[in-house]
Design a protein around this ligand. Structure first.
Ligand code: T46
Length: 131
C-alpha cells in the first residue's frame, strides 16, 4: 500500500517554530477541521472507512499510530511530528491507537461531517472494495 506522508514547511525562529498547511500542499480543499485530544492511554479511535472523504492527519503534539488497510494489505504508520502529515485517501480503513500522553491529532477533511459517508463494519468495507 502506498503511504503518503507530506512534509510541511517549518519556519524556525528564536521564538519557536511555525508550520503551515497551505493550498496546494494537500490534494483537496479543506472544508472541515477537527482534532482529537485528551485520548486516554490504551484508547482506540477510528475503526471505519470513508466512501468519499479524504483526510490529512497531523500529530500536533505527542504521537500516535495510524493503521491503514486497503482491503488487501495493512500498514502501521507512526505520526510524531507537527511538520509532517499523513494523507488518508477515501476507501481506506483506518484505526488509531498508541496515543502518547498529551497526544493531539489534527485532521483536515475534504467535506463536512456526513454519517452516510462512513463504513463502520469491516465486512461491509471489504464488499465496498470489491464493488
Ligand atoms: C476519522 C478519525 C481519524 C461530529 O459530530 N462531527 C465531526 O466532524 C466528527 C469527526 C465527529 N462527530 C461526532 C460523531 C460521533 O458522535 O463525534 C462523535 C465521535 O466520532 P467518531 O466515533 O467517528 O470518532 P473517531 O475518532 O473514531 O473518528 C474520527 C472521524 O470521525 C473519522 O472520520 O477518520 O477521527
Amino acid at each position: 500500500m502506498k503511504i503518503i506522508k507530506i512534509k510541511l514547511p517549518k519556519i524556525k525562529d528564536r521564538r519557536g517554530n511555525l508550520s503551515v498547511i497551505e493550498k496546494d500542499v494537500i490534494p483537496f480543499v479543506s472544508k472541515r477541521v477537527y482534532y482529537l485530544y485528551d485520548v486516554p492511554s490504551g484508547a482506540k479511535r477510528g475503526g471505519h472507512a470513508h466512501k468519499n472523504l479524504q483526510q490529512f492527519v497531523v500529530a500536533l503534539s505527542g504521537s500516535f499510530d495510524v493503521i491503514l488497510d486497503n482491503g488487501k494489505t495493512r500498514e502501521r504508520v507512526t505520526l510524531n511530528r507537527p511538520d509532517e502529515g499523513l494523507l488518508i485517501e477515501n476507501g481506506t480503513w483506518r484505526e488509531m491507537e498508541n496515543f502518547s500522553s498529551g497526544g493531539i491529532c489534527l485532521v483536515l477533511a475534504s467535506a463536512e461531517y456526513d454519517e452516510w459517508d462512513y463504513i463502520r463494519d469491516y465486512d461491509d468495507f471489504l464488499k465496498f472494495k470489491t464493488q
